[in-house]
Ligand binder design. Structure first.
Ligand code: SF4
Ligand code: SF4
Length: 83
């Protein structure tokens, strides 16, 4: 079973698609997310994110994405090999 290291993930919200419905905030089991003044989600407790992706799966507009550092590293490795 894969181990999860909390606090290594990034949360990206695309405000072009987000309608500030609050579903992602409500579904997050770790209380990572909260609503900002306009109702858009942000991540005041990013250190508690466990990459469960419940926020992504329940967003009706595909507006929130969790980025794992390994994904960034893989892309950087591929680019470096091709350079
Ligand atoms: S991946 Fe899980 S823990 Fe992280 S912000 Fe989304 S719902 Fe919360
Ligand atoms: S569930 Fe999606 S549309 Fe709703 S607030 Fe979260 S990111 Fe925005």
């Amino acid at each position: 079973m894969a181990q999860v290291t909390p606090g290594i993930y990034e949360v990206q919200v695309d405000k072009n698609y987000c309608k500030a419905c609050g579903l992602c905030v409500a579904w997050c089991p770790q209380d990572v997310l909260a609503d900002d003044d306009e109702g858009y989600p942000f991540a005041p407790h990013l250190e508690k994110c466990i990459n469960c992706k419940l926020c992504e799966r329940h967003c009706p507009d595909f507006a929130i994405e969790i980025i794992a550092p390994s994904e960034v590293l893989v892309i950087e490795d591929i680019l470096a090999e091709g350079a």
